[in-house]
Design a protein around this ligand. Sequence first.
Ligand code: NAD
Ligand code: TYD
Length: 360
Amino acid sequence: MKTYLVTGGAGFIGSNYIHYLFKKYDDSIKIINVDKLTYAGNLENLKSIENRENYKFIRADICDHEVINKIFELNEIQRVVHFAAESHVDRSIKNPEIFIQTNVLGTLVMLEAAKAAWKLSDGTFKADHKFLHVSTDEVYGSLEENAAYFYETTPYAPHNPYSASKASSNMLVKSYMDTYQFPANITNCSNNYGPYQFPEKLIPLIINNALQGKQLPVYGDGENIRDWLYVRDHCKAIDMVQEKGDLFEIYNIGGHNEKQNIQIIHIIIKILREIMQDQDPRKKNIDENLITYVTDRKSHDRRYAISPDKIKAEVGWYPETIFEQGIKKTIVWFLEHEDWLKNVTSGEYQRYYEEMYSAR
Ligand code: NAD
Ligand code: TYD
């Protein structure tokens, strides 16, 4: 029975990944989820699997090397899938330090612990033990409107503390692969959307604000482009890279689905109006009048677009979910989980929203 150590498994992609693994492998694997439960971590995301005998949650900081080493000592971990990170660009602009701590130093702790646990006396590593570092297309910086996609060979050019911290963590993982032949992969994925995404990110924030009849904040001219991928497709890609990819390789993951932010907002308004009940009093307030242009993000990357050619050719992965279906499924999920949305937007979130948007 393979044991997975998933870090950041209570967050958006991590919790989707744990659900994906259990659906696929059921009782033939064991998962240990290590998460600090920051504002972004939410055990409600994992309610339906929390009592499984082959699942264990440990609340811990990945920067705590004693705890992390102990987890490796007490368990025969065969797969590490490392999601844990501070993940929001706007927060990184306000408070960069925690991004360096968690994303860079935390990754170092994870690498050191796995290296120590997996190393054999001759300097090689235990067979079939693998570390996957989950990263982002933002490490490559920003593209002009007509420039070619990001490829695995594109030089890193991060523009904000979040992407700089992720680029640094990628380089650390690469250095472990090169220096020690440490058995790892790196994946760089485009913007994800789907169930359990925290409403500080564009899509869930717009859905939440629209449902509350609040303004829909658009940074700058709204024409910045992101390449959106349904989260389940990302989870599938990660699993396929670990099981079918070549060790030491870096794989880019993307949806070939470039959209301007303003287009995304129009799509969300349209779908909400289509699927909400006419009797719902909120429906009549949801229209284009809510769209509000606000001061741009500092150093706002203009366009991300990433080529998944390599992962398609070498691993056989491709983006399966058509955006129109994925976004509809996502909006339906949020409408069916309004309690979840209410719980994560009470308390601290209100303060965050005030701080980020009130004087914008
Ligand atoms: P998220 O912010 O929703 O979740 C992050 C999780 O990590 C939370 O559960 C949080 O509690 C946990 N965490 C934070 N600091 C920790 C620490 N010091 N120790 C232990 N746990 C800690 O993030 P996400 O959107 O799910 O992103 C997951 C990973 O995927 C990140 O590494 C991110 O860079 C990467 N990524 C995200 C996207 C995207 O569109 N969201 C795209 C590409 C790559
Ligand atoms: P975001 O979801 O924060 O992801 P990232 O910055 O990592 O790509 O933002 C996606 C895009 O939406 C980005 O161009 C910034 C923009 N945006 C807004 O226009 N308004 C908002 O309130 C937010 C959160 C983002």
